[in-house]
Design a protein. Structure first.
Ligand code: FAD
Ligand code: SIN
Length: 528
């Protein structure tokens, strides 16, 4: 058993930023970060576009960024949270720069600011098209310099420790005492006791078969918090990114950043028509929900497999300077951006909802905080504005740290029972797990996509229920392993997405259910 002051679950921008701040402030406190694969593997590592921050106060203003965020969120953002996050932006970007992350400069030596969908001004600070990698590596470098941080990679958090495991359970008064952690190399479950636990476990993209997220994004933190009875909300607002490189082969997908449209690329159908102008006066730079839905509409009308990003009118040398990674990836797939259109389709990208937190990142469970993509802060409402996610993680990591400076957690003195795996066996049913994961991902693609209906959602929930029962049974009789836990978590997350979708009776932002609109409107939608 390990006992620490702070247990951080996840090593993306949210977890690492919090850990650096608290470790620098309290050199005598112990911080343990657990992460389920190599330490840099995270959604953060793949972020392309950048961090949305107001820096040019001549053209831009906090008010404009606030307004853009509120419009994208379609009336469901918490305005006071939006104001707080956006006004904190410049300071939190400075933190990253102080820790050694570099951002591109323009010819005048000022930060070069890009533009993305839904933004009325140029305000995206970026490091070429690999901003996330730059942030992740800078944070890990800083972590390695701090002796009071222990980073355990290949350690998978299985479940939070609450009264549920310890003694009598009162659903209105739950506290967290740390987590049960699977040491993936040794195969045993370890207890990490902590005065304060921070969930920074990232997104849920892998619940869908087609996603921009790496395979680690299985919603573990949300599922753990849900099982521990934390409040979870806004799960119906799964954001689909409009432009993922279309490839009919299976494998890790590749994002074509929205910044490419901000740079001037056109979205066209096979006939060369710039269809976005038919849907929104902002054209290619409408917010993500509108662009994804318009592409979905275009594909359903035409029966084609993809639409295209046309960059052939852009200055290719500038394109290569701004987007070297995208350029190289296209070349490796025989797409010459200078001459060829890039085939693209939407894919699941980001979860706007998650574990409900207040402005200090506190969840509804005592001593449990959540930060980053797994949390629901109220910033995004029904649809996240591009590049507001890294910003949110940076601001909330800081808020949690500030809160803990004045409310330091207590050491855990209670006895925690060992993980009980009596009567379980080493599971040999890898094919079953693999098969069920694929089935779940197909189900979410087909029934819980960009355009939903009550009938499809009901079909999905019935199917999911069967899967849930089978997997729970297997879980109870098996020795724990990562893929089984991930499948169990993905089923929990899928359940939350579907059930909260069924509860929503009005379409907002990224949520669109044909049963929430009049038949006349449906017809207009598909004939326009
Ligand atoms: P992550 O970075 O995903 O980190 C989660 C961590 O938790 C990982 O280390 C993971 O291994 C670990 N973990 C998960 N479960 C467990 C477990 N059970 N036990 C132990 N460890 C666990 N946002 C922007 O603002 N700007 C962008 O330009 C941008 N581009 C993007 C491009 C792509 C391709 C993707 C996928 C996302 C992009 N986003 C962007 C979104 C943004 O990157 C993420 O929302 C953000 O990085 C999430 O950070 P995080 O720290 O919350 O989670
Ligand atoms: C992108 O670069 O298009 C992704 C930006 C984001 O998800 O905010």
């Amino acid at each position: 058993m390990i006992s620490v002051d702070y247990l951080v679950i996840g090593s993306g921008v949210a977890g690492l930023t919090f850990a650096v701040k608290i470790a620098e402030q309290f050199r005598e406190k112990t911080i343990c970060i657990v992460t389920k694969t190599d330490e840099e593997e995270s959604n953060t590592k793949y972020a392309q576009g950048g961090v949305a921050v107001v820096l040019d106060f001549q053209e831009d203003s906090f008010q404009k960024h606030i307004q853009d965020t509120l419009i994208a969120g379609d009336g469901l953002c918490d305005t006071s949270v939006v104001e707080m996050v956006i006004k904190e932006g410049p300071k939190r970007l400075t933190d990253l720069i102080c820790w050694g992350a570099s951002f591109d400069l323009d010819y005048n030596g000022k930060l070069d600011l890009g533009k993305e969908g839904g933004h009325s001004e140029y305000r995206i600070a970026h490091h070429k098209d690999i901003t996330g990698y730059e942030i992740e590596t800078a944070l890990l470098r800083r972590i390695n310099q701090l002796p009071n941080i222990t980073l355990l990679n290949h350690h998978f958090a299985v479940d939070l420790i609450t009264e549920h495991q310890v003694y009598k359970f009162d659903p209105d008064n739950i506290s967290c005492y740390g987590a049960y952690i699977l040491n993936q190399k040794k195969g045993n479950i370890e207890i990490i006791k902590a005065g304060v636990t921070i969930l920074a476990t990232g997104g849920i993209g892998s619940v869908y078969g087609h996603t921009t997220n790496p395979t680690i994004a299985t919603g573990d933190g949300i599922a753990m918090a849900y099982r521990a009875k934390a409040q979870i909300s806004d799960m119906e607002f799964v954001q689909f990114h409009p432009t993922v490189l279309y490839d009919d082969k299976e494998g890790q997908s590749f994002l074509i950043s929205e910044a490419v449209r901000g740079f001037g690329a056109y979205l066209k159908n096979k006939n060369g028509h710039r269809f976005m102008l038919d849907h929104d006066e902002r054209g290619e730079l409408a917010s993500r929900d509108i662009v994804s839905r318009s592409i979905d509409n275009e594909l359903k009308k035409s029966g084609e497999s993809c639409v295209y990003l046309d960059c052939t009118h852009l200055h290719i040398d500038d394109f290569r300077i701004h987007f070297p990674n995208i350029y190289d990836e296209c070349i490796s797939r025989n797409i010459d951006v200078e001459k060829d259109w890039i085939p693209v389709v939407p894919a699941s990208h980001y979860l706007c909802g998650g574990i409900v937190v207040d402005r200090n990142g506190k969840t509804s469970i005592h001593n449990l905080f959540a930060c980053g993509e797994c949390s629901r802060t109220g910033l995004h409402g029904a649809n996240r504005l591009a590049s507001n996610s890294l910003l949110e993680a940076l601001v909330y990591a800081h808020n949690i740290y500030k809160y803990l400076c004045s409310h330091p957690g207590q050491q855990v003195s209670i006895q925690i029972p060992d993980w009980d795996d009596q009567g379980t066996h080493i599971d040999k049913e890898h094919i079953f797990i693999n098969h069920n994961s694929k089935e779940l991902q197909a189900l979410m693609n087909d029934y819980v996509g960009i355009v939903r209906s009550n009938a499809l959602l009901m079909k999905a929930i019935i199917h999911l229920d069967l899967m849930y029962k089978e997997v729970e049974e297997l879980y109870k009789r098996s020795k724990i392993n990562t893929t089984l836990c991930e499948l169990r978590n993905m089923i929990n997350v899928a359940h939350l997405i579907i059930s909260q979708s069924l509860e929503r009776k009005e379409n907002r932002g990224g949520y669109f259910n044909i049963d929430n609109i009049s038949p006349k409107k449906i017809l207009e939608n598909y004939t326009s």
